[in-house]
Structure formats: C-alpha cells, structure tokens
Design a protein around this ligand. Structure first.
Ligand code: ATP
Length: 222
C-alpha cells in the first residue's frame, strides 16, 4: 500500500478580525487530521456576505500577527488583492496547479459555513478539488439543519477514517468536534464599538494592533 501524502489544510474566512474561535478550529482540526500545514486565507471580497469592515490588508496583517510562532500556520495573501468576489473553487484550482493533482487538500469550515455550502459558486466542484473538514461550532447541529442537495452529498461522502485523507486527494467529508468557543468577529466588533474590551476573545497582539490603528471604533467622532 502506498504510504500516502500528508494532507494540507485551507482555511478561508473574512477574519474581521481573526479570533480564538478561528485559531482553535485551525489548530484542533490540523492535529486531529494530521495536516502538515494550514493556509489561512482572508477573503478580499467575500461573495456570500456584506463588505467586511476592515480593509483586506489590515485583516491580512491581523492573520499574520495571530499566526506568528505557530509552525503549522501559513498566512496566505492570495485572495486579498482580488477586486472581484473570491470563490473558493478558484482558489483551490490555483493551489492545485501549484501542488499537483495527488496532494490531499482539505478545506476547513465551521458547521455554520458548511450548512451554506450549496450556495457557494460551483459548490459541487469543491469535492473534485478538496476534502471538506467540518468543525462543529457551538449551537449548530448539522444533521438536523441540513437540506437537500447538501444532505445527499454529505451522506455519500461522509467518512470517519482519517487515514483515507492521506490516500485520496479530494472528495470526502469529515466532521469533528472542537472545543466550543462561542466567539465571533461580530461580537468583537460590537464590543469595540460600544467601548468595551474584547480582551481574552482574541490574541492580545491582535488587540494591540486594533487599538494602534483605531479599528472597529465608533465612527461618529465622540
Ligand atoms: P462574523 O461574526 O463577522 O460573521 P465569524 O466570527 O463567523 O465572523 P468568519 O471569518 O466569517 O468568522 O468565519 C471563518 C470560518 O471560521 C467559518 O468557517 C466559520 O464557520 C468559522 N468560525 C468562526 N467562528 C468560529 C468559532 N467560534 N468556532 C468555530 N468555528 C468558527
């Protein structure tokens, strides 16, 4: 039997700002699945949601700061320069060209993001390009919330065998429980807008950067 290749993780998001919920997801999923690295890729212009509050370059810098010192994390700026919406299939195609067709590639998502997968651009093609690893976020029971056609893809692709990730380049869905941390970027933005401290929800160094650049503050000048 072939020894297989180490899978690599791709973790996209708005990261407006990055917080401990994101970082624990990346860390725990990487350890659980034996990923050799996690590329953390902030979206320039996310197609599924409102315009982010912070510019892409600032969100990228916060991802860099939060990743410092973690040998597993690779802040990846390939999406931030794009002026058009960033589709995951296009990013994955680009990565496939760099890494070849045999490399196991794993798209990492929280359960809430996974439930919206069928609305992503050319979503079925994601499975030709990557495995999908779903981290259970607090308050989300994916089985009961899923509707067709996502449910049928889920049922046919679901696997509990982590070894398979090393031997197939793409196509499986795997779910895993991670430490529940009910933190969101919007909660942090709200905190800052109200003049409260989001301390202990995100790395201190990221908060220092936020304060230094006056990000997410009340814009009315009082
Ligand atoms: P916002 O509050 O602005 O909507 P968010 O905190 O949900 O942002 P995103 O950048 O939209 O963060 O999320 C990127 C990815 O991280 C998604 O796959 C999402 O499911 C996951 N994620 C975000 N927060 C958590 C958390 N606390 N626990 C687990 N996964 C999370």
């Amino acid at each position: 039997m072939k020894s297989g290749l180490n899978p690599v993780g791709i973790f996209g998001g708005t990261f407006d700002p990055i917080h401990f919920g994101h970082l624990r997801l990346a860390q725990e999923v990487a350890e659980h699945c034996g990923l050799e690295a996690v590329h953390i890729i902030p979206a320039g212009k996310p197609p599924h949601r409102n315009e982010p509050v912070c510019d892409p370059a600032l969100r990228m810098e916060m991802v860099r700061i939060a990743s410092t010192g973690n040998p597993l994390f690779f802040p990846d700026d390939r999406e931030i320069a794009k002026k058009t919406p960033c589709y995951s299939v296009e990013t994955l195609e680009e990565l496939r060209k760099e890494w070849g067709n045999d490399k196991p590639v794993c798209l990492m998502v929280g359960a809430d993001a996974f439930l919206g997968l069928a609305s992503w651009h050319e979503w079925r093609r994601l499975f030709d390009l990557a495995h999908v690893l779903v981290a259970q976020r607090p308050g989300f029971d994916i089985e009961s919330r899923m509707t067709d056609p996502l449910r049928s893809e889920y049922r046919s692709r679901l696997s509990g065998d982590r070894e398979k990730l090393r031997h197939l380049p793409s196509g499986l869905i795997m779910t895993m429980e991670i430490t529940p941390l009910d933190i969101s970027s919007s909660m942090i933005r709200d905190c800052l807008e109200k003049g409260h401290s989001p301390r202990y929800l995100l790395p201190e160094e990221v908060l220092v950067y936020i304060r230094k650049h006056g990000l997410y503050q009340e814009k009315n000048g009082f």
